[in-house]
Design a protein around this ligand. Sequence first.
Ligand code: NDP
Length: 516
Amino acid sequence: MTAMATKTPTVPAATNGAVSRVEHAPARWGLGDGAAIPWDYAPAPESREIVTIKEQYGLFIGGKDVAASDGQTFATVNPATEEPLAQVARGTAADMDKAVRAARSAFRRTWSRLSGKERAKYLFRIARLLQERSREFAVLESMDSGKPIKESRDVDVPLAAAHFWYYAGWADKLDYAFPGRVARPLGVAAQVIPWNFPLLMLAWKIAPALAAGNTVVLKPASTTPLSALLFADVCRQADLPPGVVNIVPGPGEVGMALISNPGVDKVAFTGSTEIGRKIFQGVAGSDKALTLELGGKAANIVFDDAPLDQAVEGIVNGIYFNQGEVCCAGSRLLAQESIVEPLIEKLKDRLSTIRVGDPLDKNTDVGAINSRSQLEKITELVAAGRAEGAEMYQPACDLPDRGYFFRPTLFTNVAQSHRIAREEIFGPVLSVLTFRTPEEAVEKANNTPYGLSAGIWTDKGSRILHMVRRMKAGVVWANTFNRFDPTSPFGGYKESGFGREGGMHGLHAYVRLEDR
Ligand code: NDP
């Protein structure tokens, strides 16, 4: 911490069409001799030297780096600087077909013939390589996606490695996972993933698929292809047989070409509910297995007996982690009426300490929004919130001059009918609603087409159990939020999709069970 000075702090103007209301002096304005002394964190940038970003990346098909069939490429952009990072081959439907054939051939010739113990060796090797190259992955992920380095370093990459460790452990124990049954692999898995956790979503999908004996073709999101292409390098380094993993970046329609390819046996998708519906239609009528992990509008419910300081940390983690670009983000805070005022007071204080800025700075809490179009979507929904009569609060914090940044935002006076209370914003925007009784909390929490996650903050274990039974959400966190573990299943109800990832449930999605 540096920069001790005694000038009166100035309040920077908000950007992105938003207007700041500074009601609280930021906590970093310490007091000395009766005068405000502003201080701030010194820059602590992570070096980008660890990662070599190539000028051009190909598709990874059959263990080889190949150009797109029509030679086309697209640029992937650093959302914090708006500068292109690399050109990436833009896969076509023909490339997807080639990748599916490579995966089929690898399935028949090698992967499905290996024993579980042999498959496990490869998965353990991949896990170890992810750990060895973790800084490289973390820096690349933050540059390509905009997420803060402390999150890619401490959450995304270690969790991705943990998924490979965990499923490596199951590869030779399928008989114990499904007692009395014989677990057979499905064949070729088509996997389409989003941009909010590029490497982690890859691990959620690839690790259980390979452990169960399937081969895969994965399409990363167009704004974040680089960590998947670095993972291709890990596959080579691990000597994974060619064609077991294929990675084909390309636009949405190429994702559709992948999932509709007749050579595919299983489809796994994570992304928006809108595209999830199209995928459902694309798969309907075939005998492909399907799991969909879609959007959410989670309620984070705080009762009057909750420890408020801890709850504030959970609320902040619930909605500002990864810029709020999280399908299970706690984007609706339901606060019991008797504590709403002190809770909001504490929350505003806490918001004033959140650091928004360079994703590669180790002190950054909220990095860059993933793309210009996502920033526009957030800005539009925030404007709708104000127009519909909700009261907006944003802390006074400087935003970088370039890049796609948005201030942490808090809305009070929110009605259930407001768009900000109904639609998935996928940004650092919290809507506060209130309730009086547990029944009202349940009613409001479940009043959404989604059903992915929820949080409950209370001192009473009995109340947690009472609430959990009534919540229509795939995951309910109690006195914590946004905690993930490879052993724990994750997935939704209603428009949040179906099927589970993680744990033994995640393995189940990649096997066909037969009688002995
Ligand atoms: P999408 O659902 O469009 O993207 C997810 C993945 O699907 C990407 O790889 C995308 O490719 C691919 N895709 C897009 N269209 C198709 C298609 N027709 N067939 C097959 N695959 C397709 O999400 P967006 O990136 O467009 O984000 C839009 C909104 O979705 C966000 O604002 C957010 O609200 C929500 N979202 C929710 C996520 C979640 O986990 N719940 C994750 C991401 C977004 P490409 O990148 O090339 O378009």
